[in-house]
Design a binder for this molecule. Structure first.
Ligand SMILES: [Zn+2]
Length: 180
């Protein structure tokens, strides 16, 4: 039974790798920085959020290896239900790039985007999306829905997940356990 379980787990892991590899082949654009390094910047943003009493989620937008926008969740600070890290990062990227079209951009975010943020990414015609931890309660890129890969929408976004996922999740867990 145990051996079967191990083999099954290996099968799942191998399957996940295959999926990721296929995704990477269709992935565009190239960011010029590693996913790990870009996610480190998003994690820095998430830590800033925690310091300010905000749920620690951070995001960065990278175009051609250049970070064009960084943001963190600031719903409390702004008293704004839409002030999620991704929305703020996409807005800032639009200002920096002078266009709402983000086909050359990759959005890195520490937590799986919610429906609003995934919708914003689709509206931006985002080139690529990378997130860290999955969000089984609100995630809209694979957990509850997948707005990044719905052929009924007018844009699909190549995406990857699980980048520095443990660190991303740890920040959230520490934040919520300190509030209990
Ligand atoms: Zn969101």
């Amino acid at each position: 039974m145990l051996r079967w379980g191990r083999r099954a787990l290996r099968g799942v892991a191998a399957g996940a790798t295959r999926v990721r590899r296929v995704r990477d082949e269709v992935t565009k654009p190239s960011t010029g920085v590693s996913d790990d390094d870009a996610m480190a910047l998003a994690l820095d943003q998430a830590r800033l959020a925690a310091e300010r009493g905000e749920v620690p989620v951070g995001a960065v937008v990278v175009v051609d290896g250049v970070v064009v926008a960084t943001a963190h969740n600031q719903r409390e600070t702004d008293a704004d239900p839409t002030a999620h890290a991704e929305v703020l990062a996409l807005r800032a990227a639009g200002q920096a790039l002078g266009t709402w079209r983000m086909g050359d951009a990759t959005l890195f975010v520490t937590l799986e985007p919610c429906a609003m943020c995934a919708g914003a990414a689709v509206s931006a015609r985002l080139g690529r999306l990378v997130f860290g931890a999955a969000d089984p309660k609100a995630g809209a890129v694979g957990s509850l829905y997948n707005l990044a890969a719905d052929p009924r929408l007018n844009h699909e976004i190549p995406w990857s997940s699980g980048v520095r996922a443990a660190e991303c999740a740890e920040l959230l867990e520490a934040f919520f356990s300190s509030r209990r």
